[in-house]
Each structure stands twice: as structure tokens, then as C-alpha cells.
Design a protein around this ligand. Structure first.
Ligand code: ATP
Ligand code: TZP
Ligand code: MG
Ligand code: MG
Length: 261
């Protein structure tokens, strides 16, 4: 139902994202059936954020000035009731990234916090190892997701081999996806935008929208691998965009593996 709703409503997703993944993110949103706009200028971010279906803040190639503009956009989104998704790319890798992520979380009401385990851990003071933008922790991602959701009063999405989604009380584990998703740059970043498209059309239950988005995304990864395993990851990247476009509601419902914990 939610996939059809996104495709019917074609929500506008205002992305303030990084220079590495801009094109991939715009194409991924189009493939899904949403409408991307990338906009960064101080003069227009508040206006655009307040008319969008969702706002994505991704700090991947941040500068202090860009974070200032993200906060302006985020606060405008908050005033207009537009959900805000934060991807704290590389938080924990440098104090600058950790501090700027925390600045956003202090000044903007973030609806969804999406990151790998290392990034999320660093924001709540759990010991983590984050090398560049690739982060890992050993430990309990369920506890991590719950704690982050409670501390930042949001829905947290901790991705990895198993994706964990929590609103602070309820926890869902998504057992879809494929390791090749880690071989294509920007799959985490695009996921933040895709979650934005689903929450844009399902604002009254952000956790449910996030669970749907993450399972749909994982099923697309599995289907892309099945088509391109003999060819390699270049073909996989293209096939993944194809699957975001082609997947049906029925296939997602049949193939998703969601456990309520
Ligand atoms: P990193 O920078 O650490 O790669 P990321 O921000 O790119 O993190 P990921 O955690 O890689 O984000 O998540 C992106 C997508 O890849 C998610 O849909 C996730 O489920 C999937 N994914 C990541 N690792 C695996 C894995 N080992 N097996 C299956 N799917 C995975
Ligand atoms: N460097 C800064 S942002 C970025 C890189 C490589 C993209 C990270 O993408 P993802 O989705 O977190 O793998
Ligand atoms: Mg990645
Ligand atoms: Mg990432």
C-alpha cells in the first residue's frame, strides 16, 4: 500500500546531501516514484523545505556554512510539519562531524536518524570505530537503536547486515539486503532519501513508514544481486535502480523479512 501511495503522490523530497551521492540520490528517488530537489542556498532553503514532503540532511561533505543552512532548512521544516531525516555521515570519524551532527540534533526536531552503527554510537557516547564514512561497532545494535531514539526523541534506523528500527519502545529488525549494497557508494545515503519519500506520504506513523522503506530497499538489493551476480557491482548498481523502479507491492510483501523484537 505504501509503495503505491508514494508512486501516486510523487512527494517532493528536499535533499541537502553530499557531493558524492547527489546524482545517485536524485535518480534513486525518481526510480522509486518520488521527486527530488537538491537545494543549498541560504536564500531559498527555508522556502523549499517548508513546501517539501520531507527534508533530508546528510552531512557527508559538510562545511560549517552548509550546516548553518541545514539548520535554517530544518527549523523551517519543523514549523511547517515537514519530517526531517538526518544522516550523520562519518560522525565519530572526526570531532567536527560528531559536533555538527549534535548541533543539528539540538536545534532541529529530527524525525528519523539514519546511520550505520558506528555513526549512531558516536552520537550517544558509545565507543565506536568509524574509519572515514564506514563505521562498525561490536555490540548490540538493538540497544543502540532504542537508546538513540529515546535520547533524540525520534525514530532511529541503524543499518548493517540486519537493519534495526526503533521509536524508543518498539523495535523491528529487517533481514533483507545484500552485502553488495556496501560495494556501491551512496546506498546508505540514498536510503535516507527513500525513507523520506515514505514518511512524506505516511506522516502519522514514521516508524511504520521507515520499516516499509528499509524492507523495500533491501528486497530491491536482493533482486538486483539475483540479476547481476555473474556480472559484478557496476551492473548491480544499475540493476538496483531498475529494481527500485520495477518492484511491486506484492513482491515487497512476499519477500520482506521483518521481525518485531
Ligand atoms: P557504511 O558507510 O558503513 O557502508 P552506509 O551509510 O553506506 O554505511 P549501510 O549500513 O551500508 O549504510 O546500509 C546501506 C544498505 O545496505 C542498507 O539497506 C543495509 O540494509 C544494506 N546492507 C549493509 N550491509 C549489509 C550486509 N552485510 N548484508 C546485507 N545488506 C547490507
Ligand atoms: N565521502 C564523504 S560522503 C561519502 C563519501 C565516500 C558517501 C558515503 O555514502 P554511504 O551511503 O554512506 O556509503
Ligand atoms: Mg556505504
Ligand atoms: Mg553512510
Amino acid at each position: 500500500m505504501l509503495l503505491t501511495k508514494v508512486r501516486n503522490e510523487n512527494p517532493l523530497i528536499h535533499c541537502m546531501t553530499n557531493v558524492v551521492v547527489t546524482n545517485f540520490t536524485a535518480n534513486g528517488l525518481l526510480a522509486l516514484g518520488a521527486s527530488p530537489v537538491m537545494a543549498y542556498a541560504n536564500e531559498e532553503v527555508a522556502e523549499l523545505a517548508s513546501v517539501a514532503g520531507a527534508l533530508l540532511l546528510n552531512i557527508g561533505t559538510l562545511s560549517k556554512e552548509q550546516i548553518d543552512n541545514m539548520i535554517i532548512a530544518g527549523q523551517a521544516a519543523n514549523r511547517a510539519g515537514v519530517p526531517v531525516i538526518l544522516d550523520p555521515v562519518g560522525a565519530g570519524a572526526t570531532p567536527f562531524r560528531t559536533n555538527m551532527s549534535k548541533r543539528i540534533l539540538n536545534q532541529v526536531e529530527v524525525s528519523i536518524l539514519r546511520g550505520n552503527a558506528g555513526e549512531i554510537a558516536s552520537l550517544i557516547g558509545v565507543e565506536a570505530s568509524v574509519k572515514g564514512v564506514d563505521g562498525a561497532i561490536s555490540g548490540d545494535n538493538v540497544a543502540l537503536a532504542k537508546q538513540a531514539a529515546m535520547e533524540f526523541n525520534c525514530v532511529s534506523v541503524v543499518t548493517g547486515e540486519v537493519d534495526i528500527i526503533s521509536d524508543g519502545t518498539i523495535v523491528h529488525a529487517i533481514h533483507n539486503g545484500h552485502p553488495w549494497l556496501t560495494k556501491v557508494v551512496g546506498t546508505g545515503c540514498l536510503l535516507g532519501a527513500v525513507i523520506g519519500a515514505f514518511v512524506a506520504v505516511w506522516k502519522h506513523n514514521l516508524a511504520e513508514a521507515a520499516v516499509y522503506a528499509v524492507s523495500y530497499y533491501g528486497v530491491a538489493g536482493e533482486a538486483a544481486f539475483a540479476r547481476t551476480q555473474e556480472e559484478g557491482i557496476g551492473s548491480f548498481q544499475q540493476a538496483f535502480l531498475n529494481e527500485l523502479h520495477l518492484l511491486t507491492e506484492e513482491t515487497v510483501e512476499r519477500k520482506r523479512r521483518i521481525k518485531a523484537l
